[in-house]
Each structure stands twice: as structure tokens, then as C-alpha cells.
Write a protein that binds this ligand. Structure first.
Ligand SMILES: [Zn+2]
Length: 377
């Protein structure tokens, strides 16, 4: 569902955004370019935006001192949108800000110089967006509308945590790409007969760009640290350990959790069952795919949860099986792996690294901005 729980914004806001984005339509389409929309909040300064985007104060100063017209940027007005575009080298390309409802302020970088223009605008356009209606496949239908491959990749990356592209997509489903054709559109919305899913790009206080749903939850929300209630860790993630059955030193790029036979084992993140297998050295084993790049493995199970089969959608915390000692195992335990792009990662450390939540301040800014975008469509 589209979340509408935010405080309502005035029509005036919609107008501002329309003016700025409308003015950006004329820009060249370049997938490596990124566009960042800020809605001015109390206490915001240009330098805080520049910081977030990794632009130096020096760039800010040289931009500001390039024209006396730039005094217009000294006091940003609360609630107005400001768009900063970066080129493929993450350097400042342009800045757009609406000074009043009919005056658009723009700075463009031309070679080493900055050029300021102030234009009267009288024909506001809606927030620029592209709607891809599924007829054949996402990539086929999106390409027909000249959506760049970079944007298609972003859509797949963002939605593959919530949508099974093979199973869920139906003719007539829609993907709405908000913003112009840059690698990270300001918002991505999926609409089908049964559900709406919206994601919004946001740069957090550390400068990380990621997509979040309307409640501020990161797309790639983190993995739970352990897939069960365990007694202890019987074998850590390590480069070399003595294998009790094979009697050789081998790397153990997994965690073994000791637990009683029959202890429920659950998925550490939302995902889709990739494979349910019996009989190998891992015994009864479940492989779960999370998004494009992550896979978790749960091995030596005594039995599987009911109805478990490939392509079935699984939620974080959902039981998938029970601890056992099947396969090459000396006693009841769970062998758990977390793989990123095929490479085994230490689940205990990886989780901390990937954990991404918005700070209180970021969250309130984010929600205002998300609401702003939805209203301006
Ligand atoms: Zn193991």
C-alpha cells in the first residue's frame, strides 16, 4: 500500500517541485549522472547539502562567488525544493532552486566556470515520470520507452526484495519511475491489481544513497544475526579448522549453531526459496535468495517446514525447518551461511556492516520528502 500517513503538504509545495523538475526536463539524459532532490527544512544550509553529496566547501565557495546573483542562495526558504545534479565523476553539474513561485534560479557548470541564470517560469509541468506498463517483460517494455539499462538494474535491485520478478509480474502491472532518466531516480513505484510498493531514494547523514519504503525502512534491510535460538556457537567463521569427520584442516566459512534437535530454524531476511535439497553432505538443506545478490544456506535440518518448495516467498523470521544432524554432521546443529554474490561472508560481522536505519532527523526529512514526491505526481 502507498503510505499516506504523513502530514499533508500544501498545493504550493507541489507547484514548487513542478517548477524545478519541469525545468530539468531539458537536461541531457545520462545514466551515470545523479540527481538529488532536497526539500528545504529549518536549519538547512547549502553547505549541509554539499556535505551530504561529498562536495567540498571549496566547490561551494567558488560556485557562490562566481556571480552576485548567487546571494539568492544565502537564505533558503523552508519547504522549497532544491535539486543538485552530479556528473559521472560525482562532481557538481548543476543546481536548481525556485526563489519564488515564478522565478527559477539555476547554476550550471560550463567547463571550469559557473553560469547563473534566473528564469521566469509560467508554465509549470508535473513531476517528470515514466510509466512502464508490463506487456512482455520489465526490461523489454522499459527499453521500448528508452529507460536506460542502469535504471532497469536499479528497479530490479530495489524491488527484488519484495517482488518475485518471475512469479508475481502480470500483464498490465506498472512501474512508475519518478525523476528523469538517471541511475537513481528519486522514487520508484510498483502498482499491480493487488499491491502498491513505493521506494524513495535518500542520502543519509553519512552520504549513503539507498532506497527506503514509505516508513523509512531500507530496501536491503538487514539480516537477523542468527536463524534460531541456539545454545552456543560450536564452530565460528574461520579460515582453518580441524574437520571432525574428514580429519583435515579446512576453512569454515559459515557459523555452526549448537541447538537441540527439533529447534525451529527461521529465515534471517525476506526472500524466496531457491532450493530445498536432501542427501548431500549438507543433509537436508534450504537455500534462500534475498534480492539479487544475497543467498542464505541452512543445513543439516531434521525436517523441513510444511509446504516448503522452490520459488515460495519467505518472510524474515518465518520457520523453514528444524535443527537436526543429517548429512556430514556429528550431532544436532545448524550450519548457516550467508553469501554475497557467491562469496561466503561472516554472518555475524556482515549484519552489522549492512545494517542501515535512518536517524530520527533523517527519518523526518525522509518522510516529508516521500510525501512531497507522491503528492506531486
Ligand atoms: Zn558448519
Amino acid at each position: 500500500m502507498l503510505r499516506r500517513a504523513f502530514s499533508p503538504l500544501t498545493r504550493l509545495y507541489r507547484f514548487w517541485i513542478a517548477v524545478v523538475i519541469g525545468a530539468l526536463i531539458g537536461f541531457t539524459v545520462n545514466a551515470a549522472v545523479s540527481e538529488h532532490l532536497f526539500v528545504v527544512e529549518k536549519g538547512d544550509t547549502l553547505s549541509s547539502y554539499f556535505n551530504r553529496l561529498g562536495l567540498s566547501n571549496q566547490v561551494l565557495l567558488s560556485m557562490l562567488s562566481s556571480s552576485n546573483k548567487n546571494v539568492a542562495l544565502n537564505n533558503l526558504s523552508i519547504g522549497r525544493p532544491l535539486v543538485i545534479r552530479l556528473d559521472q565523476d560525482k562532481q557538481l553539474e548543476s543546481l536548481a532552486y525556485s526563489i519564488t513561485r515564478d522565478k527559477l534560479f539555476k547554476i550550471n557548470k560550463k567547463g571550469k566556470r559557473f553560469v547563473t541564470t534566473i528564469n521566469e517560469t509560467n508554465k509549470p509541468k508535473g513531476l517528470n515520470s515514466t510509466t512502464v506498463t508490463i506487456n512482455k517483460s520489465l526490461s523489454y517494455d522499459a527499453k521500448k520507452l528508452n529507460v536506460s539499462p542502469a535504471v532497469i538494474n536499479t528497479i530490479v535491485r530495489v524491488f527484488s526484495w519484495r517482488i518475485n520478478f518471475k512469479k508475481d509480474l502480470r500483464k498490465g502491472d506498472k512501474f512508475i519511475i519518478v525523476g528523469d532518466n538517471t541511475k537513481n531516480p528519486v522514487a520508484l513505484i510498483y502498482k499491480s491489481r493487488s499491491k502498491n510498493v513505493s521506494f524513495f531514494s535518500y542520502i543519509d547523514e553519512y552520504g549513503n544513497v539507498d532506497y527506503y519504503d514509505g516508513s523509512g525502512l531500507s530496501v536491503s534491510h538487514s539480516f537477523l544475526p542468527a536463524p534460531l535460538k541456539y545454545e552456543r556457537i560450536s564452530s565460528k567463521f574461520q579460515k582453518s579448522r580441524y574437520h571432525p569427520i574428514l580429519k583435515v584442516w579446512k576453512p569454515h566459512r559459515a557459523i555452526d549453531f549448537k541447538a537441540k534437535k527439533g529447534t525451529p530454524v527461521f529465515s534471517t531476511a525476506d526472500g524466496v526459496i531457491k532450493q530445498v535439497k536432501k542427501g548431500g553432505s549438507l543433509g537436508n538443506v534450504v537455500y534462500i535468495q534475498h534480492g539479487n545478490d544475497h543467498l542464505t544456506v541452512y543445513a543439516h535440518l531434521s525436517k523441513f517446514a510444511r509446504g516448503l518448495k522452490a520459488n515460495k516467498k519467505i518472510e524474515q523470521g518465518q520457520t523453514i525447518g528444524y535443527v537436526g544432524s543429517t548429512g556430514r554432521s556429528t550431532g544436532p546443529h545448524l550450519h548457516y551461511e550467508l553469501r554475497y554474490k557467491g562469496e561466503r561472508k561472516n554472518p555475524l560481522k556482515y549484519n552489522v556492516m549492512k545494517h542501515r536505519t535512518l536517524s530520527q532527523r533523517d527519518l523526518s526529512l525522509f518522510k516529508k520528502r516521500a510525501n512531497f514526491i507522491l503528492k506531486s505526481l
